[in-house]
Design a protein around this ligand. Structure first.
Ligand SMILES: Cc1cc2nc3c(=O)[nH]c(=O)nc-3n(C[C@H](O)[C@H](O)[C@H](O)COP(=O)(O)OP(=O)(O)OC[C@H]3O[C@@H](n4cnc5c(N)ncnc54)[C@H](O)[C@@H]3O)c2cc1C
Length: 481
């Protein structure tokens, strides 16, 4: 059942308790800082129904239509379809939005792959993950990701400080478990549910822990609170900050104040082995959609830099061309990893088709670890005018308009209005508060950089390098490995 944008909006008008900037938000769908992203999420739902995009965004099975992003992947074509659908969304909305569902649903498929482990440690729960994956396909909810606790002082055990610094189970009842704690979750205040699981943790020798818990949290549950940072939209005119005003994905600290999780929503509980498994495999699928966003971000950086040097007549300079070529190498590096990850896809332990893990995880490191260099290069190419240009209001003010028209008109093709728009766009892409936020998002939102490298270490096949080096160096057969 594909939802419409209106059904999605209605679903989040459920009396949830949301705060922003010291105020209670009674209806997120109309709040000026949430509305732009909610409108985009609603648009994504509507795209699955509209003639022009319906076959890109959805597929038919037994007479019903379902979302391409939520489909379990079995073939390379499934991955090409997912890639096409994500691109269609970003093209349609004209910017980058990441945590809109396609990127997060895949986290559950990793647990689906771990059913043997779930069965081994506690067979009560493996049916639940299958049921939830199919429920997401059937009901088309907006599903997000919850991993990161406030954590507290990591030199101490959680039990030796406020024990709620990591989310934990405080009670078991016939109806389910009761959890207490908090998680940072992008988009939670306007989503329907999250796959909630432990953050990266050192479980030591403990086989069981009240902190080793994974579940689907329904955001309409009572006893949840969403305390959000202030959004970027509306802080300054949209003409001056065209990205901040439309594409800010708002994080919430979601407070779980003794929230009852019904047994059918519990995916694992107490067993640190299950928690360790999901941490190690969490982004097996979802990294694809995450990395794909970096590619579109690279396109915007290349576009902003190139339009600028075209406007200013600097494109013919060899040094400028080399910088553009460096940006192109970054972009094509991401493209190559994504393309090759599909072409060399692997069958997962659960029988799904997962992108080639070594290529995907190295692609994620390439995309995220170089992003700040690339932003700096694009910033350099755009020049200092991106941070000194007056605002749109000054271009319209009769007292100043003529001066700005004179000094911002470059030639017959480039009038002052287009020059102003490009500089405002580049500022918001590279220099603004939103730009810094987006950089931090790409750095951290899908785990921190050390965890990205950990995933490479676990997935790269070191054996062939060892074998070839052993042969080339003439090492004896006594060496191990
Ligand atoms: C914009 C944004 C959006 C986010 N959205 C979500 C979301 O939707 N859902 C969600 O669950 N989380 C989300 N996060 C949280 C994100 O996953 C965490 O910020 C990230 O996992 C790092 O955790 P931390 O911030 O607690 O930093 P810390 O754990 O305090 O780590 C800070 C740094 O300490 C070092 N460090 C810490 N531990 C180790 C270690 N074991 N080994 C080596 N070095 C270490 C690393 O340099 C690390 O980068 C988001 C974060 C941001 C910034």
């Amino acid at each position: 059942m594909l939802r419409t944008g209106q059904q999605y909006r209605d679903s989040i008008r459920d009396g949830r308790r949301v705060w922003m900037n010291g105020e209670r938000v009674h209806d997120v769908t109309t709040h000026p800082q949430f509305k732009p992203l909610i409108d985009i999420r609603a648009r994504i739902y509507d795209m699955a129904h509209e003639g022009a995009t319906r076959d890109i965004m959805s597929y038919e099975e037994n007479g019903d239509r379902f979302s391409v992003g939520l489909k379990l992947p079995y073939t390379e074509d499934d991955w090409h379809a997912k890639r096409r659908a994500t691109d269609a969304v970003l093209e349609d909305v004209g910017g980058i939005v990441t945590r809109v569902g396609d990127e997060t649903a895949g986290e559950m498929w990793s647990l689906y792959d771990g059913q043997d482990i779930l069965n081994e440690v506690d067979p009560r729960f493996s049916d639940n993950i299958c049921a939830h994956i199919h429920k997401v396909i059937q009901n088309d909810p907006f599903h997000v990701s919850a991993n990161t606790d406030p954590k507290g002082d990591r030199s101490k055990r959680p039990q030796d400080q406020d024990p709620d610094m990591l989310l934990r189970v405080v009670k078991e009842t016939d109806a389910g478990i009761v959890v207490r704690g908090a998680k940072y979750e992008t988009a939670a205040a306007y989503a329907n549910q999250a796959f909630t699981k432990p953050t990266i943790a050192n479980w030591g020798d403990s086989a069981l822990s009240e902190y080793a818990v994974g579940f689907i949290c329904d955001f309409s549950s009572p006893n949840l609170r969403f305390i959000c940072r202030t959004g970027f939209a509306g802080r300054a005119p949209a003409e001056d900050y065209p990205l901040s005003s439309r594409f800010d994905e708002i994080e919430a600290l979601v407070i779980y104040d003794d929230v009852l999780i019904p047994w059918e929503n519990v995916l694992f509980y107490q067993h640190t082995k299950a928690a360790g498994f999901i941490r190690n495999t969490l982004h097996r699928y979802s990294a694809f959609a995450f990395v794909q966003r970096n590619l579109k971000l690279a396109d915007l950086m290349i576009g902003a830099a190139l339009w600028n040097v075209r406007q200013t007549g600097l494109e013919k300079q060899q040094a400028v061309q080399e910088k553009l070529a460096t940006l192109a190498c970054y972009r094509e590096g991401i493209n190559a990893h994504l393309t090759a990850a599909i072409a060399n896809a692997e069958t997962s332990p659960g029988g799904l088709l997962m992108p080639n893990q070594s290529l995907l995880m190295t692609g994620r490191v390439h995309a995220c670890s170089q992003l700040h260099h690339m932003m700096h290069l694009a910033r350099e190419l755009c020049g200092g005018q991106i941070c000194v240009t007056p605002d749109a209001a000054a271009f319209a003010d009769p007292d100043t308009a003529d001066w700005l028209k004179k000094f911002y008109t470059l030639n017959d093709n480039w009038g002052s209005d287009d020059r102003r728009k490009l500089l405002a766009f580049a500022r918001d892409l590279l220099n603004s508060d939103y730009a810094g936020h987006r950089l931090t998002f790409q750095l951290f939102a899908q785990a921190p950089p050390f965890a990205h490298l950990g995933a490479v270490y676990r997935n790269f096949d070191f054996d062939d390098a060892l074998r070839f080096t052993k042969k080339s160096a003439g090492l004896s057969d006594n060496v191990l490995g």
